[in-house]
Write a new protein. Structure first.
Length: 448
């Protein structure tokens, strides 16, 4: 979850395309105002991109050719031969946001254009394994409702899987992922996004494992009693003693340690402590887009020894320098507005207005592949993967608009000269290898 409010997390994401829809509050997608706003946005965006292009030419930078990626038969064949695994998808939270926990309103076996995700598009995108995020906002930690809400989100994922038995099956191990994929279904895995979900209790952590949770992001947007977040004040210089015990207990259980959202000090310490490879379930490279949510080069260089994988986040705010600046600005603008405006709806409107006035460059499939290449350059081909963050982000790159678009990444990797074997590692092979290593290093009998 990394929409503007996901990162800030004072309240959950409700970017414009994900607004809660209630009776008498129809989306009015076809209305004149709606189209006018879309056109205005496009105009502003085009103007901005034009200005950016002009300034980069003036600065003497060579303009890189960024043609649209067209998927060839060859790329499609390679894509279909791979086990494509995405590290982070926030669809479960969309059901919570829309107050549709019983899936009465949104049947994802049919196209659901309001989401980035539905089954037809997952199929089109050739997705073989998906980590579904059992995200609840960090504020639930403060209100002491995190455990209940996290359990409810795990329940949403498990019921979603049960509801579509021909398309999904819960995967608890790497072998499960392979078996389910071979049976023509999408292996569904559960990840928890933020240590606030365990309410300072290793017992709760262990019970999550038993319910099928296979990774936990150590923090979300707020610093916890035991770990610093990248987007909050550091209070502990990384992990406290309890924080270190959380990492050790996760190793013991065979749960992957996810370092997206945490401060660089936590990243470094967790990598040092962890006996098993770590993951970044949805993070991009800081060197290409300087945002604290991204992974710095010195951390990337630690991955070969640790064995871990950075799964690249597609959010526009994390993939270009301008996007990173825009999302940083949005962060502080939001904090200021939040102090002044107490009414939620009014705050929503103010943020929308702000976003309209500060459009964010989207980036493209090329930009995302640049991040993949950067990780390869610093850490190697075995340490990168995909963690789109679909349905948790408010802006997607061009040509990567939803879960149907993954084959374009395969095509672009092919265009850049990667071999079939290398492409299959990036698409999912690497994270599957990490899962196996984490399982091999666990020191308790499997609980199923
Ligand atoms: Zn997130």
């Amino acid at each position: 979850m990394d929409g503007p409010f996901g990162v800030l997390d004072e309240k959950p994401a409700f970017p414009e395309r994900f607004k809660i829809i209630r009776h008498g509050d129809s989306p009015s997608a076809g209305s004149a105002t709606y189209w006018w706003r879309i056109m205005m946005k496009r105009f502003v965006l085009a103007f901005m991109l034009g200005t950016m292009l002009a300034s980069s030419l003036l600065a003497g930078e060579p303009e890189r050719r960024r043609e649209r990626v067209e998927v060839s038969e060859e790329a499609l064949r390679i894509h279909r031969s791979a086990l494509v695994i995405d590290g982070h998808n926030d669809l479960p939270y969309q059901f919570r946001e829309r107050e549709d926990l019983s899936f009465a309103q949104f049947d994802i076996s049919r196209p659901q254009p309001r989401f980035h995700t539905d089954i037809p598009r997952l199929r089109q995108g050739g997705v073989g394994g998906q980590f579904w995020s059992a995200f609840v906002p960090a504020s639930t930690g403060r209100s002491k409702t995190a455990v209940t809400q996290t359990l409810e989100q795990i329940d949403v994922i498990r019921r979603l899987v049960q509801r579509y038995p021909n398309d999904f099956e819960l995967a608890l191990t790497a072998d499960d992922v392979v078996r389910i994929h071979q049976a023509g279904k999408i292996a569904s895995l559960i990840g928890i996004e933020g240590g606030h979900s365990i309410d300072n209790s290793l017992g709760v952590l262990r019970m999550y494992y038993d319910l099928g949770v296979r990774y936990m992001t150590l923090t979300h947007s707020e610093t916890l009693d035991w770990a610093d977040s990248a987007t909050d004040e550091p209070r502990h210089h990384g992990l406290t003693e309890f924080g270190r015990n959380v990492v050790k207990e996760m190793n013991r259980l065979g749960m992957m340690v996810d370092l997206s959202h945490v401060s660089p000090e936590v990243m470094r310490q967790a990598i040092e402590i962890s006996k098993a490879p770590v993951i970044f379930s949805h993070s991009s490279a800081y060197a290409l887009a300087p945002h604290v949510r991204n992974v710095p080069d010195d951390i990337l260089r630690l991955l070969p020894k640790n064995g871990g994988v950075v799964m690249i986040n597609f959010y526009s705010g994390f993939i270009t320098p301008e996007g990173a600046r825009a999302s940083r600005d949005m962060f502080s603008a939001y904090r200021q507005m939040q102090e002044k405006i107490k009414d939620r709806r009014e705050l929503e409107r103010a943020i929308e207005q702000w976003k309209l006035e500060h459009p964010m460059p989207r980036g493209s499939v090329h930009t995302v592949v640049d991040h993949i290449e950067h990780v390869i350059k610093l850490a190697g081909i075995d340490h990168v993967g995909l963690g789109s963050d679909y349905d948790g982000i408010s802006s997607t790159p061009e040509q990567l608009e939803d879960v149907s678009t993954y084959p374009r990444i395969t095509q672009e990797l092919l265009n850049r000269g990667y071999t079939e074997e290398q492409i299959r590692k990036i698409l999912g092979g690497n994270v599957l290898r990490v899962m196996r290593e984490v399982e091999a290093k666990r020191s308790v009998a499997p609980v199923r």
